[in-house]
Design a protein around this ligand. Structure first.
Ligand SMILES: *Cc1c(COP(=O)(O)O)cnc(C)c1O
Length: 297
């Protein structure tokens, strides 16, 4: 089956006001990157755009990258490469499953060559010998790197207002670094780590930011048990958020972001008169890994 990639729709990105949900004297908008495409949704295309340019200018075959079974980055890489007529290779952590997850199935249909390696080899990011690695641009897991952050900075091209705080979910920190590099003096960036106690993150973000900026902070208290873990309180919150705002979220990233911001607002973390932009970084495809019916959308 040849998979047709729907055209990316950057013109459908909106900033939706959700101040009434948060019920405080604070302006809260959501930047809807989830609307770009059901496949390369959210921040992933932005993080990949300059890697794609590199491949084209260096006349390589395509991109080789790494990810887990449900990785949004894997599907997005497959899609972005297909869009540009390039090849893609995904090195996947763990045994080849009897049945591919929908994420892997989609990457496969988009033409990605999937190679499964053991967890220990994955840790070392070993590239199997069957692949001519120098024919590809090797992209870190999650698109982490200066090139990824540079692309992520361009997310804010899609938002015309200025805010006091820009808030996003943090996996590798690439998107957050891009936002930090882009905002003006006096504007702050708040990151919500979706992993448990990932104390490397501050260094990883610092590594990708230009100056010694001090206008950012990462919160580590909202992981709900760790990466891709969830709890009833989170799912309940996501359903309520959807009911009141008509904005769907994913349980790995943006659900935790919206929940955390609610909690931080309740704790008066943001000074009165603050204005917040919450970046809806997509990821909705990942909700397919939880039982149907758990979420109301
Ligand atoms: C990958 C991803 C993130 C994390 O981005 P990083 O740049 O790795 O921090 C956030 N939200 C969604 C929906 C993602 O898929």
């Amino acid at each position: 089956m040849v998979y047709m990639l729907p055209a990316l729709s950057f013109e459908s990105i909106t900033t939706d006001n959700v101040s009434s949900f948060y019920q405080r004297k604070i302006e809260v908008d959501v930047l809807r990157l989830d609307k770009i495409s059901p496949i390369i949704s959210g921040n992933k295309w932005f993080k990949l755009r300059y890697y794609i340019e590199e491949v084209l200018s260096q006349q390589k075959k395509g991109i080789l990258t790494f990810g887990g079974a449900w990785s949004n980055h894997i599907v997005a890489t497959a899609a972005a490469c297909k869009e540009s007529g390039l090849q893609s290779v995904g090195i996947i952590r763990g045994e080849e499953p009897k049945e591919k997850s929908p994420t892997q199935q989609q990457a496969h249909e988009l033409g990605m060559k999937l190679i499964y390696i053991s967890r220990s080899d994955y840790q070392l990011k070993k590239i199997p010998g069957e692949i001519e690695a120098d024919e590809y641009c090797i992209v870190n897991e999650g698109g982490y790197g200066i090139t990824g952050a540079k692309g992520a900075s361009t997310i804010l091209d899609y938002c015309s207002k200025n805010y006091t705080h820009y808030c996003c979910a943090v996996g590798t920190g690439t998107m957050m670094a891009g936002i930090i590099n882009r905002v003006q003096p006096g504007q702050n960036v708040v990151g919500i780590s979706i992993m448990k106690n990932n104390r490397e993150l501050e260094n990883m973000v610092q590594e990708l930011t230009k100056d010694d900026k001090k206008n950012w902070q990462i919160f580590h208290d909202y992981s709900f048990g760790g990466y891709a873990k969830h709890q009833p309180a989170l799912l309940k919150f996501m359903n309520e958020f959807y009911k009141q705002t008509a904005i769907p979220s994913d349980f790995v990233y943006t659900g935790k972001l919206f929940f955390a911001i609610n909690n931080l607002i309740e704790k008066n973390y943001f000074p009165p008169m603050s204005s917040l932009l919450l970046i809806h970084s997509g990821g909705l495809q990942g909700n397919r890994s939880i039982p149907p019916g758990t979420l109301s959308f």
